[in-house]
Design a protein around this ligand. Structure first.
Ligand SMILES: [Zn+2]
Ligand SMILES: [Zn+2]
Length: 146
């Protein structure tokens, strides 16, 4: 049994100024999630439960395990990038240098820049809004587990 963990955060990833698009079925988690009643999840399923996307909101991550990091989301999206490029996360509260090892926080809105760091302020202005995050949170509360 896992304690019920279910919260949401916004994210956008840019590589050299180009926004990465995760609005595709291969990135979405279609199974019931928040499967707190099950004890027989495989390690792979446990990993997916940490951080994943659901259809209809490709910039909102659903977190179902304490301690899930942005690196867990990258792993679960199978998102790979040129590791010789700098990677910097930005949140409401400023720069997050070790973004992939940083925990995803409830209602956080993060912009992750890989490679060139031009127009940072402009990109931050376009980040996922709290309203968008809350909308997804409210929608998934009604089913309790989504
Ligand atoms: Zn989920
Ligand atoms: Zn959710």
């Amino acid at each position: 049994m896992h304690p019920e963990v279910h919260y949401h955060a916004g994210f956008q990833i840019y590589v050299d100024g180009v926004k990465q698009d995760f609005n595709d079925s291969r990135y979405f988690h279609y199974q019931l999630c928040g499967r707190t009643d099950e004890t027989d999840l495989s390690p792979a399923e446990e990993q997916i439960e940490k951080a994943h996307l659901h259809e209809g909101a490709s910039e909102i991550v659903h977190v179902h395990r304490d301690g899930a990091t942005w690196g867990d989301l990258f792993k679960n999206l199978k998102f790979e990038y040129d590791q010789s490029k700098p990677i910097v996360g930005y949140s409401e509260s400023g720069v997050i240098h070790d973004i992939l090892n940083s925990q995803i926080l409830d209602k956080q809105s993060v912009v992750i820049l890989i490679g060139n760091q031009h127009n940072v302020r402009e990109l931050l202005n376009k980040r996922v809004s709290l309203e968008q995050i809350e909308e997804v949170a409210t929608a998934s509360e009604s089913c309790g587990t989504n």
